[in-house]
Design a protein around this ligand. Structure first.
Ligand SMILES: Nc1ncnc2c1ncn2[C@@H]1O[C@H](COP(=O)(O)OP(=O)(O)OP(=O)(O)O)[C@@H](O)[C@H]1O
Length: 494
């Protein structure tokens, strides 16, 4: 094994700290940006000692990782910020090595399960994992190596999928990948597939199987769903189950809802698993997490209002005639007596239309970062459009005033009608939540002051993540907008 680069070594604009760990291809270091101290992790992949075949394989892995990471920005996918070449003529083994500069995680899910067994909030972690996976599949990618070691956990509670070396773009309904992967998370059909020159066929249903195994592990403090002392034995048990010669025996500690989700993910073959997409599993996990959270926080009746009811009550209908929606003006929300507002929920006596509240609460729950609350989303919507789904201004449209090109890059189908549309409040608000969640994480990673995050998020929404990070605060030109959001936030979140 090559000795690591020394602490203090500089690669382009980054200075290395201590070693975090090593994998099959290289070593991961702590690091920070010389310009502003932004923490990062740098994966150093030496190429010197590799034979030509290995070097080509490594080049391929890096190219996939980088291409994926630049194309698939998402709050639950780790980002590669830069790819550099190590310039160290005095260290021949490392000279010319590839260095990937990434978001820095605190630990991995593997490590947390090994050290702590049961996680404090396993469902939140699973929500992050399935949201990242749903985004990948939606963007036409398969992860191909989903396992606890490839789920990284950030210092502020971020949940990131990592290691996209095996991520492969879907080619129609499946893609090919080299036969690597990890025994413990490979679907049973993998063993009967032919591996031609292109490698094994990998389909989204393989990730769904892997999520089923991972969810079982996370919910049971690390137990694999199939018995066996070794990965080989467990995979044989999974194959026996898939052939129908052994039943699926999930841990007795799983509650009924989770038991159903895990069993669906572990449907015995590709065809049976096909009907459970990452998006449908994500919706079930979110509903489960939302229900439990709502019960815990004793939310008012909003959580029970259905989306359809909410839409009908706003006068917003989704019509099939040429895809045109015809929203009607809402009647003002009726004022109800003030109640104690759980932190971040919307004050009952505020002017946020009642019918929009479940939509906003649901969208905020999609983000696991504490700053993205229903009250913050409501304050931004009020400031943007006064909650008017038909609002427009230059090239910004709808209740969240989305610029179409930006919306397209992030779009979420919040109302589940198969279309992503900024005129639809659930789509516009869910997408807003996803985007501000990402802004929040960017600003935390950049080390901006935690107390300023709501203001910074509002500023980032009006400008960009880069502008706010470069200015290390709210740019003067959007200060009036930010002040208004904060004023509304104080009213809604009190
Ligand atoms: N961005 C990151 N931030 C913090 N720690 C990281 C980051 N990426 C990887 N690590 C940690 O560094 C160690 C090595 O990771 P690496 O991805 O190189 O290998 P691996 O995933 O353990 O194995 P392999 O990639 O060979 O399957 C692991 O402990 C991993 O949790």
């Amino acid at each position: 094994m090559t000795a690591p680069l020394p602490e203090g070594f500089r690669i382009d604009g980054w200075e290395l700290g201590g070693v975090i760990g090593s994998g099959g291809w290289g070593t991961v270091h702590e690091a920070h940006a010389l310009a502003d101290g932004t923490p990062a992790a740098v994966k150093v992949l030496p190429t010197g000692a590799l034979g030509p075949g290995q070097r080509a394989a490594l080049g391929e892995l890096v190219a996939r990782e980088v291409r994926f990471s630049t194309e698939a920005d998402h709050p639950h996918l780790i980002r590669t910020h830069a790819v550099c070449t190590v310039d160290a003529p005095h260290l021949p083994e490392l000279d010319g090595a590839i260095a990937l500069v990434m978001d820095r995680a605190e630990t991995s899910l593997r490590q947390s399960l090994d050290e702590d067994g049961r996680l404090p909030d396993p469902v939140r972690v699973l929500r992050g994992v399935i949201a990242g996976l749903a985004h990948m599949h939606g963007a036409g990618w398969v992860h191909g190596d989903l396992k606890p070691a490839n789920v990284l956990l950030g210092a502020s509670g971020e949940v990131w999928l990592a290691d996209f070396g095996l991520a492969t773009e879907l080619d129609g309904t499946h893609a090919h990948m080299p036969p690597l992967g990890t025994l413990d998370h490979l679907p049973p059909e993998w063993w009967s597939q032919r591996t031609g020159a292109d490698g094994a066929v990998v389909r989204p249903t393989a990730d769904i199987w892997a999520f089923g195994v991972l969810a079982h592990q996370v919910l049971t403090g690390g137990l694999h769903p199939f018995p066996g002392a070794t990965a080989r034995a467990r995979s044989l048990a999974a194959q026996a189950y898939a052939r129908g010669t052994a039943p699926l025996r999930l841990d007795a500690g799983l509650d009924e809802d989770w038991r159903r989700i895990v069993a669906d993910c572990l449907a015995p073959d590709h065809a049976a698993r096909l009907k459970h997409t990452a998006a449908s599993i994500e919706a079930r996990v979110r509903a489960l997490a939302g229900e439990k959270r709502a019960r815990r926080a004793l939310l008012p009746a909003v959580a029970a209002v259905t989306l359809a009811g909410a839409l009908a009550a706003t006068g917003f209908t989704l019509l099939g005639d040429g895809g045109e929606e015809r929203p009607a003006r809402r009647t003002p929300a009726s004022v109800t007596p003030a109640v104690v507002t759980p932190a971040g929920n919307i004050a009952e006596d505020s002017d946020v239309p009642q019918a929009l509240r479940p939509v906003i609460v649901d969208a905020a729950q999609h983000c696991s970062d504490a700053e993205v609350t229903p009250a913050l989303l409501a304050a931004m919507l009020k400031t943007e459009s006064g909650f008017d789904p038909r609002a427009s201004r230059r090239d910004e449209y709808g209740i969240a005033m989305w610029t179409p090109s930006v919306f397209r890059a992030w779009a979420v189908d919040g109302d589940g009608d198969g279309d992503k549309d900024y005129w639809s409040p659930p789509d516009a608000i869910s997408t807003m939540s996803l985007y501000v969640c990402w802004l929040d994480q960017r600003f935390k990673q950049a080390g901006l002051p935690a107390a300023d995050l709501p203001a910074l998020i509002a500023a980032g929404w009006r400008t960009s993540d880069r502008t706010v990070i470069e200015e290390r605060g709210v740019p003067a030109r959007v200060q009036p907008y930010v002040d208004e959001v904060l004023r509304q936030l104080a009213v809604y979140g009190r």
